[in-house]
Design a protein around this ligand. Structure first.
Ligand code: FES
Length: 102
């Protein structure tokens, strides 16, 4: 396990999301009521930007065709996507985003 920090990225505020590049993998970091979650940012259907999708509870909806993913596990909640997103552990150290890479 390796931790990657992002000192130049403004952490998302409540209700916001940011897209970061974690060693070549696009990752969407969401702030849901103060709790951070991170999953792959590129929809496994055909690549929609999940950081731009609406969030309801712990589920994000892809803005392109409506696939839904669980923000804690990356599992598909609703298709057309069939492949889960990778899920990452994310935290703040001070005001710096830190993502664990398995
Ligand atoms: S690209 Fe996300 S649902 Fe199609």
């Amino acid at each position: 396990m390796e931790s990657v920090s992002f000192p130049r990225v403004k952490p998302p505020g409540p209700g916001e999301a940011v897209r970061i590049d974690v060693k070549g993998t696009p990752v969407a970091v969401f702030n849901i009521g103060g709790k951070l979650s991170a999953i792959g940012a590129r929809c496994t259907h055909v690549g929609g930007p999940l950081e731009k999708g609406p969030v309801s509870g712990h589920v994000v909806t892809c803005p392109w065709h409506g696939s839904q993913f669980d923000l804690d596990t990356g599992q598909v909640v609703r298709g057309p996507a069939t492949v889960p997103e990778p899920a990452f552990k994310v935290r703040l150290e001070g005001n710096v985003l830190v993502v664990d890479v398995p």
